[in-house]
Ligand binder design. Structure first.
Ligand SMILES: Cc1cc2nc3c(=O)[nH]c(=O)nc-3n(C[C@H](O)[C@H](O)[C@H](O)COP(=O)(O)O)c2cc1C
Length: 378
């Protein structure tokens, strides 16, 4: 699949944007282990909020392999256009618009999936974005605001006409939240409505799921979210399965321990030890839940310092904290090979400290530093 200057080979399996989860370390890890691409956590299009720690982290794509996909959240055409241009000037390869987030605090501001109710506004937003940047603009949406108002196929036609390059669809409505079955026929109607590629999203947790969803919907590929939590190798495994290649086994034992420590180290470096400790706890919980259900997770969740977290992981996996990962193939260097092994370079890819170059302004305007409300996750 070609997206702008990026030719994504083989079966297409994206890591879904997940606020609070698909940050730079997790995206880099999933890419290193075979994901075709990884969409960033949603970033507010209100540039006045970009000085906050949350937005600054979300603006950070240092060292990430392309395509760098920045997802924007907003409901003002001019603000979205400005935010898109600013991100492209910082290296974004693709701009994605969020029409999928059902969270109340997002929808109360008429953004995310609430926008699906206003097709004329969606058209204005997309036209503003495609006019603002030369890189591809993509769209992520749900099927509609509720079962009585399913309009994803109409939104898809509006998007294609506005010049959008790819659409991903979570096969639920905003009202469904995450409940109930994914409506694959609803996704298929979106696929049938347009010629641009459509990725199917929702509850995909294995190569078999992905194959069945693609067969049923005709989608160009899939997007995987929650199932990758604690299993960053899953998108790569799904790509291998869809290619009829041997599925690389999930890491176990010392390999798993080294991978988790590399990820946790990267999280500590990204956020600093205090916030990093709390964010790493979530990931450690998922790693243990999925890969070491025999281990009592509570002591890990009680650890209150970053070094202690790493030491406890090293002790659990019987490794010295300084040990390195085994050399292996780096799928970033050969992106057509979806078989992610545990690459030695992963430690670098995942743990390199970002060279922070925070902007003094956007398009020449300086960013305020005080008195601005913190934005919140959806
Ligand atoms: C914690 C969390 C955060 C999310 N954040 C975003 C987001 O920032 N932008 C977005 O478009 N979707 C977001 N989503 C929705 C996912 O991208 C995805 O559409 C949804 O989880 C369904 O896919 P899955 O069943 O594979 O998880 C989020 C989902 C979760 C669980």
């Amino acid at each position: 699949m070609i997206l702008g200057s990026h030719d994504l080979p083989g079966p297409i399996v994206f890591l879904a944007p997940m606020a609070g989860i698909s940050d730079r370390p997790f995206r880099s890890l999933c890419r290193s282990l075979g994901a075709s691409a990884a969409v960033s956590e949603m970033l507010t299009s209100d540039t006045r909020l970009w000085h906050t720690a949350k937005s600054r982290n979300r603006l950070d794509h240092h060292g990430e392999a392309g395509p760098r996909i920045v997802q924007l959240l907003g409901n003002q055409p001019d603000a979205l256009a400005l935010a898109a241009r600013a991100n492209v000037s910082r290296g974004a390869d693709i701009i994605d618009l969020n029409l999928g987030c059902p969270a109340k605090k997002v929808c109360n501001n008429a953004a995310g999936s609430a926008l699906l109710a206003d097709e004329a506004l969606v058209e204005r937003l997309l036209l503003a974005l495609t006019a603002a940047v030369r890189v591809p603009v993509t769209l992520k949406m749900r099927l509609g605001i509720d079962r009585e108002h399913i309009n994803a196929d109409r939104i898809a036609v509006i998007a294609e006409t506005a010049g959008v390059a790819m659409i991903s669809v979570h096969g639920r409505t905003r009202a469904c939240g995450y409940r109930g079955q994914v409506d694959l026929d609803g996704i298929a109607r979106v696929v049938d409505a347009v010629r641009i590629p459509v990725l199917a999203n929702g509850d995909i947790a294995s190569p078999e799921d992905a194959r069945a969803v693609i067969q049923r919907t005709g989608a160009a590929g899939v997007m995987v979210g929650r199932a990758a939590q604690g299993r960053p190798w899953l998108p790569g495994q799904i790509r291998a399965g869809l290619s009829d290649l041997p599925i690389p086994p999930a890491p176990v034992g010392a390999d798993l321990g080294r991978l988790i420590r590399a990820h946790v180290t990267a999280v500590h470096e990204q956020y600093g030890s205090e916030r990093g400790l709390r964010i790493a706890r979530k990931h450690i919980g998922w790693y243990l839940e999925h890969n070491r259900p025999d281990v009592d997770r509570r002591p890990f969740l009680a650890i209150t310092d970053a070094r202690g977290q790493l030491a406890a992981l090293a002790a659990l996996f019987g490794e010295s904290a300084a040990s390195q990962m085994k050399p292996g193939r780096d799928p970033n260097k050969n992106p057509s090979d979806p078989r992610g092994e545990m690459p030695h370079e992963l430690l670098d890819a995942c743990c390199s400290r970002p060279q922070r170059k925070w902007p003094t302004g956007v398009d020449g305007h300086s960013l305020p530093t005080r008195g601005i409300r913190q934005d919140r996750d959806g």
